[in-house]
Design a protein around this ligand. Structure first.
Ligand code: MG
Length: 264
């Protein structure tokens, strides 16, 4: 199973072990636990996530309403779609990797799934031009922007910030594989899906993003420095909905693989 590569170096995660070819020092996006830097290190199965040990984003930037059909299902009129991207942050503490579970907290009784293509930033940048945007991307993976919709709705009605609805621990599962940018020549042509207990709920195509990936990089970096390992979630297609404890979520994006995760 490929984990990622950069400038000729490749990190491969196979079963319980991580292999590194040929040198680690050109892998910028990840802060690696020193126990993993040897050529091959066995990872005890009790470790929750190799991936989480490796990816340490300074921030997880998310776009809201970046697919028009989803914006409409959230009650936005087509003429009211935002002219500029609508951004919020998820805390890095919400991140989980494979072999972990989404934990529904007692604060909410309505949790929604949102499947999204996530950009992994590969190098530091500020005020990045459209032309240079893809040079700053390390790769892509699948991300679930888990949302306590009831808390979000209450906060919106009261005019309060609603980031807490997005920020609980385990509310940001990401895939076990990062597909590097060079392997996805057109990230705006990918089918994206999510099923709950084998029932298809979300089905879309990344071509329907309102703000495209190069524009997202330009816009975000005009305001905040993008750091290696930072994650940008690019919005969800229509079909968001509830799930419950005991459910099984299966997300997939063409060329990027799949992500399967349970719920507690
Ligand atoms: Mg979202």
């Amino acid at each position: 199973m490929k984990f990622g590569k950069s400038q000729g170096s490749i990190v491969i995660w196979e079963g319980q072990s991580v292999k590194q070819y040929p040198s680690m020092n050109t892998i910028n996006p990840f802060i690696l636990d020193h126990t993993l830097i040897n050529t091959e290190t066995n990872i005890p199965s009790s470790e929750p996530s190799v991936f989480q040990l490796m990816l340490k984003p300074s921030k997880i930037i998310c776009l809201a309403k970046n697919y028009s059909a989803h914006a409409v299902e959230m009650g936005v009129l087509p003429q009211e779609l935002p002219e500029t991207p609508s951004l919020f942050l998820k805390p890095p503490s919400s991140l989980i990797g494979p072999n972990e579970k989404i934990i529904i907290p007692p604060h909410t009784s309505e949790v929604h799934h949102e499947v999204e293509l996530a950009i992994i930033i590969g190098k530091r940048g500020k005020n990045i031009s459209l032309e240079d945007a893809y040079d700053y991307i390390f790769g892509y993976t699948i991300l679930l922007d888990i949302t306590a919709r009831d808390l979000q709705s209450i906060a919106k009605k009261k005019g309060r910030p609603w980031f807490v609805a997005k920020g609980f621990d385990t509310f940001c599962p990401i895939g076990s594989v990062i597909t590097t940018v060079d392997e996805v020549p057109n990230p705006h042509s990918l089918n994206i899906e999510l099923s709950v207990n084998n029932e298809l709920r979300q089905k879309g195509n990344t071509g329907d993003m309102l703000t495209k990936i190069d524009q997202i990089i330009q816009y975000c970096s005009s305001m905040m420095t993008l750091e290696p390992g930072d994650i940008i979630a690019t919005g969800t297609p229509e079909g968001v909905g509830t799930f419950n404890r005991g459910d099984n979520l299966h997300a997939s994006i063409e060329k990027l693989g799949s992500l399967e995760i349970g719920v507690e």
